[in-house]
Design a protein around this ligand. Structure first.
Ligand code: SF4
Length: 252
């Protein structure tokens, strides 16, 4: 049977291979408030884009955001979560101004695209869901919504953008030539012309080694990765994660 890997599998494998194995073994994974708030902002983006011809006003958008957050299970009493929600809510007027340009022809939101590759003679399927795909000024654009604190250093070398560009270009048979990263948390939007040589080079140097590692079942732990083990969604099932959670508990 052909193996299927998602963009998240690839990104997670690059951080810590073991975390992918644990997730793929069907173990229960933790959810966290940063993810809940991020999902709420993504839902707002979809809500606004779907109403491009009759754009909602900021009061409607804020009411929907509040409703989604209340249903999300986020711990509203946690000061970090409350701060994150406040920052994202403050970015909503900015976000709804950026999105519904009448000149954009939206083609897909959160739609699954796929590409096939061959690793050492074995065919694999790679899937991903770009946040937005649209046509603007005669070019095909993908737009990735980020809701974190960190500002992207470069649109054209962003792994997610590169993987999605390849997936979309192969699926629709037309090159994605522009990419955008929109971050309402920071109220920043970055755009760049996509260089197909960089997309291809990223695939060769970063994506294919990760695919090869998963295909050949190489699953080392990498507790030294930049995001730390305490935030790992399968931390409870890993000795490094358990130790990190204990240390965090001691500090609290
Ligand atoms: S807890 Fe750390 S080492 Fe263990 S799987 Fe998660 S990221 Fe990897």
């Amino acid at each position: 049977m052909m193996e299927t890997y998602s963009y998240s599998d690839i990104a997670n494998y690059l951080q810590c291979p073991r975390s992918v194995l644990l997730r793929r073994s069907g173990l229960p994974t933790a959810d966290n408030d940063a993810m809940r708030v991020g999902r709420a902002v993504h839902q707002i983006q979809e809500f606004v884009v779907e109403r491009q011809n009759d754009p909602p006003d900021i009061q409607q958008v804020c009411a929907v955001f509040t409703e989604i957050i209340e249903r999300s299970g986020a711990d509203l009493g946690d000061p970090n979560t409350a701060r994150r929600i406040e920052k994202c809510a403050a970015g909503l007027p900015w976000l709804i101004n950026v999105l519904p340009s009448p000149a954009r022809r939206y083609l897909a939101t959160e739609t699954q695209f796929e590409v096939f590759d061959e690793i050492d003679g074995e065919r694999v399927r790679i899937i991903g869901h770009p946040d937005l795909l649209y046509e603007f000024d005669g070019e095909l654009w993908i737009d990735d919504l980020k809701t974190g604190r960190t500002s992207p250093r470069s649109v054209i070398t962003d792994l997610q953008v590169n993987v999605y560009a390849r997936l979309v270009s192969d699926t629709v048979g037309r090159l994605v030539t522009r990419a955008a990263i929109t971050n309402p948390y920071r109220q920043e939007a970055f755009t760049a012309a996509l260089d197909q040589r960089i997309v291809g080079a990223t695939w060769e140097s970063t994506v294919r080694p990760a695919l090869r590692g998963m295909l050949t079942a190489v699953w080392p732990c990498n507790p030294a990765h930049v995001y730390g083990c305490a935030g790992c969604l399968v931390a409870e099932h890993c000795t490094f994660g358990q130790a990190a959670l204990e240390r965090q508990g001691d500090e609290d």
